[in-house]
Design a protein around this ligand. Structure first.
Ligand SMILES: [Zn+2]
Ligand SMILES: [Zn+2]
Length: 145
């Protein structure tokens, strides 16, 4: 945590949902799991954030995708916005929702074993299979899905 946390602004495609979030590390983690791909229409490129505050909560749709996780989107335009844990300990914001996605770097890919062969990223990243990721978060007492 040597980097200072910065406050970033973001929004959905139509602008009905606007938010601000604290970003500690300008790092993107991609998830190739089938749920994230179906939800995002691509791959989910998440940035771990703290204190995400949404300007108009009524505009935010929330889909409960598992016992511990939920997926937030714009009720009007359908933009993929955040994955968060229900206990509030963990929020991953879609890098594409921020004003300047180019200011972040792709550092990790999870559920690499669920990635379809039709695409791949050229960056050198830390890659984990779903099983490796679950083992890691279980030991850190955090869960994803
Ligand atoms: Zn919208
Ligand atoms: Zn996923």
């Amino acid at each position: 945590m040597s980097q200072a946390s910065t406050q970033e602004q973001g929004q959905c495609l139509c602008g009905a949902v606007r938010f601000s979030a604290h970003v500690a590390k300008r790092e993107i983690g991609v998830c190739h799991c089938s749920m994230c791909r179906r939800w995002s229409g691509g791959v989910f490129m998440g940035v771990e954030c703290e204190d995400v505050s949404v300007e108009n909560e009524n505009a935010l749709g929330i889909y409960s995708s598992s016992e511990w996780g939920e997926r937030c989107f714009c009720k009007t335009c359908g933009s993929t916005l955040f994955w968060r844990s229900k206990d509030g300990s963990h929020t991953a914001v879609s890098v594409q929702a921020f004003e300047n996605p180019a200011s972040f770097s792709l550092v990790s890919q999870i559920y690499i074993d669920e990635k379809p062969d039709c695409y791949s990223f050229s960056q050198a990243t830390q890659n984990m299979t779903g099983a490796e990721f679950i083992a890691m978060i279980t030991s850190a007492e955090q869960k994803h899905d």
